[in-house]
Design a protein around this ligand. Structure first.
Ligand SMILES: CC(C)(COP(=O)(O)OP(=O)(O)OC[C@H]1O[C@@H](n2cnc3c(N)ncnc32)[C@H](O)[C@@H]1OP(=O)(O)O)[C@@H](O)C(=O)NCCC(=O)NCCS
Length: 154
């Protein structure tokens, strides 16, 4: 498994694993309506901007994209770490997290923030993040879900 910058050719597969991870992993902690507000509006085209901005990385295993992570370049925020449910607990999330945290550190940030979904708090704690507060995470098309604001020193 290795981490590499995503290309535009990866967009369809990123969408597929992102939606599967939400529907299969996150559905344990959220209602069907919340999952639909989260996963339903996603389109492959949404990944093109972060891909062109070189802030989206993917994990590739045996020629297949099995996870993705991205971050803001204008703020010290980790936006996403998602792993294909068929490849969970193999260290892929950790590798993605280290890649995006390392990229923010290389840009000069001393710390980073993120909104952790309820199911991912244990993962982010294992990555060294600490809980700041409970809050609602808004979706751009509308709706919001409860999440946990977390922070990490880079
Ligand atoms: C959260 C997620 C990214 C973790 O990815 P992963 O590849 O399974 O995680 P890793 O194998 O790298 O785990 C690294 C460590 O994190 C911790 N960890 C991982 N998943 C955990 C969980 N569900 N609960 C508690 N701790 C967890 C463990 O300490 C683990 O080490 P170990 O396996 O040696 O015990 C993945 O489950 C996922 O995609 N979830 C759905 C999407 C999501 O909620 N993303 C975050 C949105 S903010």
């Amino acid at each position: 498994m290795h981490i590499r910058p995503a290309t535009e050719a990866d967009a369809d597969r990123i969408l597929e694993l992102h939606v599967r991870a939400i529907r299969e992993i996150c559905s344990r902690d959220y209602t069907p309506e919340q999952i639909q507000a989260w996963a339903g509006p996603k389109l492959a085209a949404h990944y093109l901007e972060p891909i062109r901005g070189q802030r989206l990385v993917v994990a590739e295993h045996a020629g297949r994209v099995v996870g993705m992570g991205d971050y803001h370049v204008t703020a010290n925020e980790i936006c996403a770490v998602y792993v294909d449910p068929d490849f969970g607990r193999q260290g892929i999330g950790r590798a993605l997290f280290q890649a995006v945290a390392g990229a923010l550190k290389a840009r000069g940030f001393k710390d980073a923030v993120l909104d952790a979904s309820l199911n991912s708090v244990g993962f982010y704690q294992a990555m060294g993040c600490r809980i700041v507060e409970q809050r609602m995470h808004p979706f751009r098309p509308g709706g919001s879900i409860p999440c946990v604001r977390m922070t990490i020193e880079l």
